[in-house]
Design a protein around this ligand. Structure first.
Ligand SMILES: [Zn+2]
Length: 454
């Protein structure tokens, strides 16, 4: 049996076994064999990994492709993702009536993405909830996001009139009736924020810490409680997206202890594991929920280690630097990050904190495949897609936005030197990024596939 590809001289991260020296054989985009280094495998192409580590591709379950340049984001941002070892993303699709808008978004992404991708639906109206089963089944989408921070006046500014606790409850009830469905919720109590924000602004504050102080941890935790409580009453599986604080994580832990309740997933982000509110990145690191103090950074790592954190999503928003070059109150929200997940986990997690690679890749890949119904992804096993990242654990590089391929022309991590980078990213056995560059082949023929998850 001739294989399409063999990766030899690899140290392969295998489930429950850790790093094992050997070879991976790929046929028709899938892992066909995992063998000893001594075993002869016949293949059309051989890659010598020179003793480097091979990890499963990162699955980034939280990107906002389309917030930068809607027409071309899937091209530029999928490249940005691939450079950092991300081989699948789940992006958000939001419109007035998803039944009418989805096909176009899907087709554009298929023509542009060099990595595999799926979508979550953004739920902002009762129409979305009423049509949830229909759009989920028709388009193969099993996860959604509801934005508690677009309630009331904050929602009206964006044209959302329906977001309140009633919509939350309705969405939970509907999601509970769809097998395998997960409702993600943005948790911040937006009704309290102005009371804390206005005095900070009036006092002339213009710093990242003030952005944290206007929406402190307990406003996140309060929303987490409400979501978990209603989820328990409706039987829905929920996902607390971009969780940022110890206070909120403890609230999840408390609810998880209730016997018989449905699962609560927790997603945190690379920035909550790596940046704090004293970061010199200032407005470039402005995001909702805010980056917190160092104690919360430590708590997020504790959550990664003890399994309280399920997945890591980047919350990637690829806007231009000009939208950030402002005071903290007027700078845009969010920043690019999808290609930074693995370098940050390797630098801060593996090297600085001694977190085992198995644990890092469980939260950066395996758990996302499981909770989002992507059985062909998430690990190096025979039969799964050959989404693989060859990593040089000792390689040190300084983050430079100019080479990151994103539509965003900055990075909050710019100028930081990180240790541990991907040198080759393969999507279903095809090299799309090599030595910090997207291959010509992947530029010409993106080849990313849509992940139907229901
Ligand atoms: Zn959000």
């Amino acid at each position: 049996m001739t294989l399409d590809l063999v990766l030899k001289n690899a140290r392969i991260l295998l489930p429950q076994r850790g790093l094992v020296p050997g070879r991976i054989g790929v046929r028709a985009g899938r892992i066909a064999v995992i063998a000893d280094e001594a075993e002869a495998l016949d293949a059309r192409e051989t890659i010598d990994c020179e003793g480097r580590v091979v990890l499963p591709g990162v699955i980034d379950p939280h990107v906002h492709f389309g917030f930068g340049s809607p027409e071309t984001d899937f091209e530029t941002e999928s490249r940005n993702a691939a450079l950092g070892g991300t081989t699948s993303v789940l992006s958000f699709h939001r419109s007035k009536d998803i039944r009418d808008s989805f096909a176009e978004a899907h087709d554009r992404a298929v023509s542009q993405s060099c990595i595999d991708f799926g979508f979550h639906f953004g739920l902002t109206s009762h129409l979305h909830v009423e049509t949830l089963r229909e759009i989920s089944e028709k388009f193969g989408v099993s996860s959604y996001k509801l934005y508690m921070m677009y309630k009331g006046a904050a929602g009206l500014a964006k044209g959302f009139t329906d977001i309140d606790d009633g919509l939350l409850y309705a969405a939970l009830r509907e999601a509970a009736a769809i097998p395998g469905a997960v409702l993600g919720v943005h948790c911040e109590n937006v009704e309290v924020i102005p009371l804390l924000r206005d005095p900070l602004r009036a006092a002339g504050r213009d710093d990242l810490k003030a952005w944290n102080e206007q929406s402190p941890d307990f406003l996140e935790a309060e929303n987490v409680h409400r979501v978990c409580y209603f989820a328990g009453k409706t039987g829905a599986t929920v996902n607390i997206v971009h969780l940022s604080s110890k206070e909120a994580l403890d609230e999840v832990r408390r609810h998880r202890r209730t016997p018989g309740r449905p699962p609560i997933h927790v997603e945190t982000c690379p920035h909550y594991l790596f940046l704090n509110d004293e970061s010199p990145a200032g407005p470039y690191a402005k995001v909702n929920p805010p980056v917190r103090g160092q104690a919360d950074v430590e708590a997020m790592w504790e959550g990664v280690l003890d399994g309280s954190v399920t997945t890591i999503g980047s919350d990637h928003v690829p806007r231009k630097r000009s939208t950030k070059d402002k005071d903290i109150w007027s700078a845009s929200n969010g920043f690019p990050g999808t290609g930074m997940i693995l370098p940050i986990l390797l630098h801060e997690g593996y090297h600085r904190r001694g977190v085992p690679l198995e644990r890092l890749m469980q939260v950066a890949s395996g758990n996302a495949a499981q909770s989002y119904n992507m059985p062909s992804k998430g690990g190096i096993e025979v039969g799964k897609d050959a989404d693989l990242v060859v990593v040089d654990l000792d390689l040190e590089k300084t983050v430079d936005a100019a080479v990151l391929e994103s539509y965003a022309d900055y990075s909050p991590y710019e100028g930081m030197t990180l240790k541990g980078w991907p040198v080759r990213t393969l999507v279903r056995g095809r090299t799309v990024a090599l030595d910090g560059k997207i291959t010509e082949d992947a530029r010409r023929e993106p080849g990313g596939r849509y992940l139907r998850r229901l």
